[in-house]
Design a protein around this ligand. Structure first.
Ligand SMILES: C[S@@+](CC[C@H](N)C(=O)[O-])C[C@H]1O[C@@H](n2cnc3c(N)ncnc32)[C@H](O)[C@@H]1O
Length: 286
């Protein structure tokens, strides 16, 4: 019998994913991904969570948080907010950004496959494809187990990933480009390059990202590669079950309550709402 290759031994999942240069350039990363409407996205996150929690979440943990824009917006709304990222430059940048916004975000450096919280939260977030950094099933399950331990009973984890349509359209390797200017700094992003590969067995893609930056009369180029795991809906559902601590309770095709995951026109992201059971499963023979 053969098994899908897993890279679990010796090398932690954190060692395997990269983009370290881009995540290290936290301010430029923040500008590059500032095309999102964080207020609208947080409206969705709060509503989707409340549907399953039965009340508005009072606390949030943003995992792989980067600049922590969602944690900052939710802290502004009065939630008790925490964030976690393994890149020290992101932790510094996000903490300074929270301070400048006049809110408190308890931002820690750490790995999302091995962390614990002093106090449980109602809502955990893993957004913008950050779950793709979890390359193996073991890493995904560890992360889900840590999240389940960190959630209050009935609490939810919301994961945002690329829509699986992208995975199955493997002849058309994802290649995308956009540009954002903020406070006089211009960042052009090229996500993916024609030479990038996708291994159909491990579902791990090698993604080349280039940021071209014009800042204070100076131009610089940051080019970086990362391994990124691609997921299907069935797989994410199975991994949640295998974690023993979360169940998939809703799927959306974007950070939008009105877009169904199977909407052939509108769905462009895979958004999973995973819930920790309100009553822990009974032990066998209990
Ligand atoms: C694509 S960025 C997303 C940042 C943020 N969620 C957003 O919406 O902009 C991915 C982030 O995940 C962090 N990261 C990657 N693997 C991680 C891990 N195993 N544990 C914690 N953070 C991780 C990186 O340092 C980076 O800041």
């Amino acid at each position: 019998m053969t098994h899908p290759p897993e890279q679990t031994d010796g090398q932690s999942p954190a060692d395997q994913s990269q983009h370290g240069r881009i995540y290290g350039a936290a301010r430029y990363y923040d500008i590059a991904f500032a095309y999102r409407d964080f207020v609208e996205e947080c409206d969705f996150l709060m509503s989707a969570a409340a549907r399953h929690l039965g009340r508005a979440p009072a606390s949030v943990l943003e995992l792989a948080a980067g600049p922590a824009n969602h944690a900052i917006e939710l802290a502004r709304r009065g939630l008790d907010a925490a964030a976690l990222d393994r890149e020290p430059a992101m932790v510094r940048y996000g903490s300074e950004k929270a301070e400048a916004a006049g809110v408190r975000v308890n931002y820690h450096q750490g790995d999302m496959t091995g962390f614990s919280l002093d106090r449980p939260v109602d809502l955990a977030l893993l957004l913008l494809g950050s779950a793709a950094c979890l390359l193996t099933n073991s890493a995904v399950i560890s992360c889900m187990q840590r999240v389940s331990e960190a959630l209050t009973p009935g609490g939810v984890l919301i994961i945002e990933l690329p829509h699986p349509r992208e995975l199955f359209n493997i002849d058309d390797a994802t290649e995308d480009g956009w540009e954002v200017t903020r406070d006089g700094t211009r960042v052009r992003v090229r996500w993916g390059s024609p030479g990038d590969s996708l291994d159909p067995v491990s579902q791990i893609a090698q993604v080349t990202t280039t940021l071209t930056i014009w800042d204070g009369g100076r131009k610089q180029v940051i080019r970086d590669k990362a391994f990124q795991r691609r997921f299907t809906v069935q797989e994410l559902d199975a991994l949640a079950r295998a974690s023993g601590g979360l169940d998939a309770v809703a799927w959306f095709g974007g950070l939008d309550l009105d877009v169904a995951i199977d909407d052939p026109e509108e769905a462009w992201r895979m958004v999973a709402v995973l819930q920790k059971p309100a009553i822990p499963p009974a032990l066998p023979n209990a």
